[in-house]
Design a binder for this molecule. Structure first.
Ligand code: 4H4
Length: 244
């Protein structure tokens, strides 16, 4: 069955985090309507039996545990062999920063495999298994599952039909490398603050001009890095820094 969006295949120690009930709103509806696919796999099912652990202590000492390579290879190789061709992503703080451009790129994929790390990270020999490593930000989570949910949501809302017919992502923040302009709804005056007159004028050319100007002003004030085209985000495997 061809669908407008990708099949997401998530490998995790907590696949229950990806149950339809967890995906509310736009993303949950998109899964229910078959616009995107979502299958979550329990990593422990790929250990060859309950006596085999998914983690072990690091060689050379150090805090915490690492994810062992065997179950990860078994899981990724089996899932990749049964799914359509696509991209495999390791979620880690050490990955390239995930951004709107990456969301648009992944939305065009037939299949997106997301591996959710846990513990203190993964055995280094696991990394080459993946096409790319992505991070949702410079902080350390307890697991990659929340990062996977962020990516699934950001990608799914870009899939044609996922948003209501009268909604579009073209005016949204980051869609053109700029932050969205200020928006207002009724009432026209709230606690003494009025909606800008231009938005009530019905003059669409003036409204468009005002919105472009406000978007530029807000971006310069809050995210000068976007204006300068600065790509100082996370760093991928030996590639130029920056989100994509
Ligand atoms: C991986 C924690 C690696 C620590 C993890 C390390 C993120 C993130 C995340 C569970 C896993 C953490 N995933 N964006 N941020 N030893 N995942 O924090 O490299 O510091 O995507 S380590």
């Amino acid at each position: 069955m061809s669908r407008p969006g990708p099949e997401f295949h998530v490998i995790s120690l907590f696949p229950e985090m990806f149950s339809p009930a967890s995906l509310c709103g736009v993303t949950g509806k998109a899964v229910e309507r078959g616009l995107v696919g979502l299958t979550a796999y329990q990593l422990r099912d790929f250990t060859g039996g309950s006596i085999h652990p998914v983690d072990d202590s690091p060689y050379g000492g150090g805090p915490g545990m690492l994810m062992k390579p065997e179950p990860v290879f078994a899981a990724v190789e089996q899932v990749s062999s049964t799914a359509p061709p696509g991209v495999s992503v390791l979620l880690t703080p050490q990955g390239r920063r995930f951004g709107q451009k990456a969301a648009a790129r992944l939305a065009d994929e037939k299949r997106v495999l997301l591996f959710c790390g846990r513990y203190e990270g993964v055995d280094e020999r696991i990394r080459p298994l993946f096409d790319e490593e992505l991070s949702i930000g410079d902080y350390v989570l307890s697991g990659g599952e929340l990062a996977a949910l962020v990516i699934i949501d950001a990608v799914t809302r870009l899939v044609p039909g996922a948003l209501g017919s009268d909604e579009s992502t073209s005016h949204e923040s980051f869609s053109d490398g700029r932050l969205e302009y200020p928006q207002y709804t009724r009432p026209a005056v709230f606690r003494g603050e009025a909606v800008p007159d231009v938005l009530l004028s019905g003059n669409h050319a003036e409204i468009e001009r005002w919105r472009r100007e406000q978007s530029e002003r807000r971006t310069r004030a809050r995210r000068p890095d976007l204006v300068a085209g600065d790509r100082s985000g996370g760093v991928g495997r030996g590639e130029e820094p920056g989100d994509d």
